[in-house]
Design a protein around this ligand. Structure first.
Ligand SMILES: Nc1ncnc2c1ncn2[C@@H]1O[C@H](COP(=O)(O)OP(=O)(O)OP(=O)(O)O)[C@@H](O)[C@H]1O
Length: 309
């Protein structure tokens, strides 16, 4: 449904996106994660036909973006990372305006405006001017706007950026619902954890390259199967090593100040046994704590072999 083949964008001599090869299967959600300047916005903007590529090809809904931009625009909705709103339109008028731009028949538009406002929880704000809505509400209205012409493909650039925690939660709800619609979605974020909740696959961009791609299921299975433990005590590194080496469920050991960080692949009962083994070895335990999995580190470890650079 979306396919990029060696897609490149240079600004002058600067390669913002470099030989990008990416496939988003029909009806799936692909999350693009990366730091500021990684090339996410440039990629999404090329796929939305707003930025012409320097070289390479990309197909959206079967249409090549440079050769058939009009057809691509009809099949796609693009939500930019920053957008201007029309000050003197209410939320309802804003959606009606876009329906008109896209040639949605008035009767369909009337029904859709009501349904979408309810869907993004803005029914009560239908007559409020767009510039009087909070940023979170404006972002949700943008999602509704994106659905006005019932596109096959959605391209969303950081829909949660700049939102306070409560608005982020509300946006998260909307994105979860969006996933249920079965559309093909390409969504970007700085935060990998956020994307892992809604995406089927995740790609990480660095310096204009798609550095790695992983299926979210594989990430979650791995993070469920492994616990990240912080154990501190009065042992020297070689003592930790000796004790931990005897437990086959210890996958990885990393020495830290006063102890070790352990990637552990056993059950909770086996984890308790590990604690007993450490105590039996005469080590005084100061701390034995489970830490949240660093999903970014896990992603990089799992995809180590798939780096395309
Ligand atoms: N119009 C432009 N002219 C020159 N350089 C540009 C232009 N647009 C983007 N760039 C540069 O291209 C690189 C990629 O930018 P891009 O906006 O695609 O990154 P991003 O991953 O979306 O970052 P952010 O999360 O900050 O939006 C950056 O180094 C940026 O400075």
């Amino acid at each position: 449904m979306i396919e990029c083949q060696n897609l490149c964008k240079k600004y002058g001599r600067f390669p913002a996106v470099h030989n990008l090869n990416l496939t988003v299967r029909q009806g799936t959600v692909f999350g693009l994660v990366g730091e500021n300047g990684a090339g996410k916005t440039t990629t999404l903007s090329m796929l939305a036909t707003l930025t012409p590529p320097t070289s390479g090809k990309a197909y959206v809904n079967g249409f090549e973006i440079s050769r058939h931009p009009q057809e691509v625009r009809r099949s796609v909705s693009y939500m930019p990372d920053s957008f201007g709103v029309y000050d003197d339109l209410s939320a309802k008028e804003y959606l009606e305006f876009y329906a008109d731009c896209y040639g949605v028949p008035p009767a369909v538009a009337r029904q859709r405006v009501g349904a979408l406002l309810a869907w993004v929880n803005l029914e009560k704000h239908r007559d409020v001017y767009v510039n009087a809505l909070s940023r979170g509400m404006q972002q949700r209205l943008e999602i509704a706007r994106c659905l006005m012409h019932d596109p096959h493909v959605l391209i969303l650039d950081e829909p949660s950026s700049g939102l306070d925690p409560r608005s982020r939660l509300e946006m998260r709800e909307v994105l979860h619902q969006l996933r249920q619609l079965g559309k093909t979605i390409l969504i970007s974020s700085h935060i990998l954890y956020e994307l892992s909740e809604i995406a089927d696959e995740i790609g990480i961009m660095r310096g204009g390259d798609l550095a790695a791609v992983a299926a979210v299921n594989a990430l979650l299975e791995h993070s469920n199967a492994h616990r990240h433990l912080l154990i501190t005590g009065n042992a020297a590194p070689d003592e930790w090593e000796r004790v931990l080496r005897n437990d086959a469920r210890v996958v990885d050991v990393h020495f830290v100040q006063g102890g070790v960080e352990v990637m552990y692949g056993g059950t909770l009962e086996q984890q308790a046994e590990l604690m007993r083994t450490i105590l039996d070895a005469g080590i005084v335990i100061y701390q034995f704590a489970e830490r949240p999995t660093d999903i970014e580190a896990l992603f990089l470890r799992l995809t180590d072999r798939t780096v395309t650079r």
